[in-house]
Design a protein around this ligand. Structure first.
Ligand SMILES: Cc1cc2nc3c(=O)[nH]c(=O)nc-3n(C[C@H](O)[C@H](O)[C@H](O)COP(=O)(O)OP(=O)(O)OC[C@H]3O[C@@H](n4cnc5c(N)ncnc54)[C@H](O)[C@@H]3O)c2cc1C
Length: 495
């Protein structure tokens, strides 16, 4: 292809790794003569402390499957996965073949991706390239309040899906000569110190796999959703497990919502209802982050900026490694490191333990768990972290007692035994608080275990945190900020 005949439309894939219900792809196929699908592993991302190898592997798998399907469809489009900065790639592409339009979704991402998007917006404008950016997950850019948000969300979810179909004018474009060092032949890897690894039983990236989870959920897994959602073991099956597919865009929320609206699952009315409301939470949290992105760095409620913490580096390290001596906390941490997944309540409990019992700021753990979660989604992650840390000023303060949580949600201790084999033989009575076993009984039982003593007194640390948090919540600055947050971020009928 030379510059003369080009009408190259570039579909820049970010967190939207699918073919179906993809507005930028549909537009490029409709309007472009030549179409290139591009996915870029950027150096800034590879070194970012929230990125982990499991994310990169998931993206790699999803991208590989997408390219394979494009080939099997016999569409005349090129694909390229590169390791370079997106701006450099686009400049190179424009110099060699000329770009007419760039098509992508808007990304509610971290500061570094937003800065990159600003640079690309500037570059496209200066070069007369049209950048068609589409909103996704019903998230609205520049939104000032939530008055119409819920109505708009439902409208967007009910809109017919975008079915990409190649236009009659579409002809293949010549492959571009990319610099050798940009070509990626294996999943890229992170360029920072600690990574939770990829050796676990992870969910496989890709649209096909996402649809399989969706189908099996409505085929029966949803039954028991409400009853099991808080249980660390059972929820692994009875929750949908759609989060990584939604986070990396192998499924759009609209696809999930429409499948949900059409599903007929007898005997699961309340389970379906509970699931349906959570779908809206996804957009709700991402919208918060979109509207107030400084949440990546500081508490949304500025009244908490002055809060002081007395936690230690040693305690933080014990939390990160699952060596706090509190069984449910450690089992959750070891499980998420090994598998990339944890149900909502256990995620909340981990953050509660970090920020309340260990008296550490949420920033101390937010990147660690981002790396561990296969479904890391900045909008949900930062907002949830702050909510569980009790620094929004508008949510109920919840201090989870990990012993009580264990007794209620893992009553036989099966989850703890699976992840802490050193405690496998403990009687149920002591599985969530081994330190409570009287020394004499321990000696008589013949049992011994190589497991640390708790690094804090769970009950005392919990009440100290409660006192601290309530004192702060009543302060004038927290209350003023709370009012601002309610006006800006809360859907009116839920205030
Ligand atoms: C500290 C903390 C951090 C979190 N970080 C993330 C994250 O990075 N990425 C992420 O997808 N979820 C995050 N969550 C929310 C929630 O825990 C997960 O979405 C859920 O556990 C994923 O499992 P599932 O797909 O089986 O969920 P299901 O219960 O089957 O729900 C279906 C979908 O609804 C959405 N959803 C469910 N619960 C919530 C919620 N509480 N808030 C917002 N959306 C929700 C998700 O998209 C989810 O995939 C976090 C929660 C906490 C407490």
């Amino acid at each position: 292809m030379n510059r003369g005949d080009t009408r190259l439309h570039v579909v820049w894939y970010k967190r939207d790794l699918r073919i179906r219900d993809h507005a930028p792809l549909a537009q490029a196929l409709r309007e472009g003569r030549h179409v290139l699908l591009l996915h870029v592993f950027e150096p800034e991302d590879l070194k970012h402390p929230t990125t982990s190898n499991r994310h990169l592997l998931f993206r790699w798998q999803a991208w590989g499957e997408l390219c394979e399907e494009i080939r099997s469809l016999n569409w005349s489009v090129e694909t390229a996965a590169l390791q370079a900065s997106a701006l450099e790639v686009l400049i190179r592409l424009h110099e060699s073949v000329g770009i007419e339009a760039l098509c992508s979704y808007e990304e509610t991402g971290l500061a570094h991706t937003f800065k990159r998007d600003q640079a690309i917006a500037h570059w496209t404008q200066s070069n007369g390239i049209q950048w068609n950016e589409f909103p996704q997950q019903a998230v609205q850019r520049g939104l000032k309040n939530r008055k119409r948000w819920a109505t708009d969300w439902h409208k967007s979810m009910r809109t017919p899906m975008e079915i990409p179909v190649p236009g009659p004018q579409l002809t293949g474009c010549q492959p571009v000569n990319w610099p050798k060092q940009w070509l990626v032949e294996a999943p890229p890897t992170v360029q920072h110190q600690w990574d939770p690894g990829v050796a676990g039983p992870f969910q496989q990236g890709g649209e096909r796999s996402g649809h399989r989870y969706l189908e099996s959920f409505f085929d029966g897994r949803v039954k028991g959703y409400r009853r099991q959602i808080g249980r660390p073991l059972e929820s692994r099956k009875s929750c949908s497990r759609l989060s990584p597919y939604l986070a990396w865009g192998c499924l759009s929320m609209r696809q999930v919502y429409q499948a949900y609206a059409q599903a007929e699952v007898s005997g699961a009315k309340m389970d379906m209802k509970a699931f349906g409301s959570r779908l809206r939470w996804q957009g709700h949290f991402i919208q918060k982050f979109e509207s107030e992105s400084r949440m990546e760095f500081e508490s949304v409620n500025r009244g908490y900026l002055e809060m002081e913490y007395a936690g230690t580096e040693a305690h933080l390290q014990a939390w990160k490694e699952g060596k706090t001596g509190v069984p449910l906390v450690d089992a959750c941490m070891r499980c998420v490191i090994a598998t990339g997944y944890l149900n909502f309540r256990m995620r909340a409990m981990l953050v509660s333990f970090l920020t309340h019992h260990l008296d550490l700021p949420w920033q101390a753990g937010v990147e660690h768990l981002a790396r561990c979660f296969l479904d890391f989604e900045p909008g949900i992650h930062y907002a949830q972290f702050q909510m569980q840390a009790g620094v929004t000023g508008i949510n109920t303060i919840r201090i989870y007692n990990p012993v009580k949580q264990g007794e209620e949600r893992d009553d036989e201790g099966a989850f703890v035994r699976e992840w802490l084999p050193e405690l496998a033989h403990l009687p149920n009575e002591f599985i969530h608080a081994p330190w409570k076993m009287p020394p004499m009984e321990r000696a008589w039982s013949g049992l011994d275990w190589d497991y640390p003593e708790p690094i804090v007194d769970v009950a005392l640390a919990g009440s100290a945190a409660r006192e601290r948090l309530w004192r702060f919540k009543k302060s004038a600055s927290v209350r003023t900020e709370s009012k601002r947050i309610l006006d800006r971020h809360v859907v009116p009928d839920s205030k």
